[in-house]
Design a protein around this ligand. Structure first.
Ligand code: FES
Length: 107
């Protein structure tokens, strides 16, 4: 069974924003889309921009996060690239919310 690690409290990440969280050795971007949390790799596959410092860009979709460096856009639900220059998707991770605590599994 996957082990979920506490990474934030629900109120730490406002809807429509993202933050960088640490899960063991992995650095992830935790994104709040209208109250639903998603976790993806923090590093953009283009040149390593921090997606946890990016912004939701609703021009692409409600689930689109834009890299702050050169504008690549990823779907936080699937990791899919919606807009280049990122060449490949990012990984996504399971998230659960339990009593106001957001937990992520990287297993
Ligand atoms: S590092 Fe993300 S778009 Fe270049």
């Amino acid at each position: 069974m996957a082990r979920f690690i506490e990474v934030a409290r629900v109120e730490d990440v406002a809807p429509g924003t993202a933050t960088v969280v640490q899960v063991g050795a992995a650095e992830l971007a935790l994104v709040n889309v209208n109250g639903t949390f998603f976790a993806i790799d923090n590093e953009c596959t283009h040149r390593g921009g921090f997606l946890g410092e990016g912004e939701i860009n609703t021009d692409w979709s409600d689930w689109a996060i834009e890299c702050p460096l050169h504008g690549s856009v990823f779907d936080v639900r699937t990791g899919e690239v919606l807009n280049p220059p990122a060449p490949t998707p990012v990984r996504t991770y399971p998230v659960e919310v339990d009593g106001g605590v957001v937990k992520v599994s990287t297993e």
